[in-house]
Design a protein around this ligand. Structure first.
Ligand SMILES: *Cc1c(COP(=O)(O)O)cnc(C)c1O
Length: 239
């Protein structure tokens, strides 16, 4: 089967999963962030074209590494893509990230928020900012503690170079989806409290290829999907 037909079918399948999950939960369908890590600019371009043909004026794409993203963003400068950084960000890459991306979803400490704000070019709109939460209290994981969300959110809201938009989480990959659902429910509570105290908070980023249904049921407004759109990573694809 031609590769673009496969891509179109995967996009259709993911769209249906999202729409059906939202319908079951009686919630508005969340936006789709296509995760392009390890995919080349040509693959992203093909998916972008399909999404635009389906009526999305500004398709969202997520990248994990600033360096890897830089080349793709440059190669796809003619596309109206909204670029999200979804990988851990070291402070020494904050300048490059603030110049390249429309969103950074992985702000987990005040120092990083300040560095991004300082380096956001003044001619650009404020950088859309999500606080990454370590919702399962994993020692090895990035993200701030749930109890630190209010203070970090206040720091972000006070920066003119940043626009506080909400929260992001990557729950522990527990094999039982109901255990992940509990983490998503805790995120929903944190998000509700944040939205009640800050205007402009409208984005809860959670759910991936294998648990987007659970995330949507708990109120995700943005799901981050890689494998289910592009196919398995590192599968020896031919282009
Ligand atoms: C890779 C990645 C995703 C997408 O994961 P899939 O299982 O391929 O859908 C989502 N969010 C983050 C932060 C990722 O690193």
């Amino acid at each position: 089967m031609p590769q673009d037909t496969e891509l179109a079918q995967r996009l259709q399948a993911v769209t249906l999963r999202i729409v059906n999950a939202a319908r079951r939960a009686d919630r508005p369908a969340p936006a789709l962030l296509a995760v392009g890590k390890t995919r080349d600019a040509g693959e992203i371009d093909a998916l972008c074209a399909l999404r635009m043909a389906r009526g999305e004026p500004r398709p969202g794409f997520g990248e994990n590494y600033v360096q890897e993203a830089a080349g793709k963003i440059q190669a796809l400068a003619g596309r109206p893509i909204e670029w999200h950084l979804i990988g851990h960000l070291q402070s020494n890459k904050a300048k490059q990230a603030a110049e390249l991306f429309d969103w950074v979803q992985t702000i987990d400490r005040p120092k990083l928020a300040a560095a991004l704000a300082r380096h956001r070019p003044p001619q650009h709109a404020p950088l859309n900012a999500l606080v990454q939460v370590n919702i399962d209290d994993e020692d090895s994981k990035h993200g701030c503690r749930p109890e630190d969300v209010p203070a970090l959110a206040a720091t972000i809201a006070a920066e003119s170079g940043l626009a506080l938009r909400g929260l992001m989480a990557i729950p522990a990959p527990h094999p039982d989806p109901e255990r992940r659902r509990a983490a998503f429910a805790r995120m929903r509570a944190l998000f509700g409290a944040l939205a009640a105290t800050h205007s402009g908070v409208d984005t809860l980023s959670m759910g991936m290829s294998d648990d987007l249904e659970q995330a949507v049921a708990e109120g995700a407004t943005l799901v981050r999907v890689g494998t289910a759109l592009f196919g398995p990573r590192g599968n020896g694809r031919t282009r």
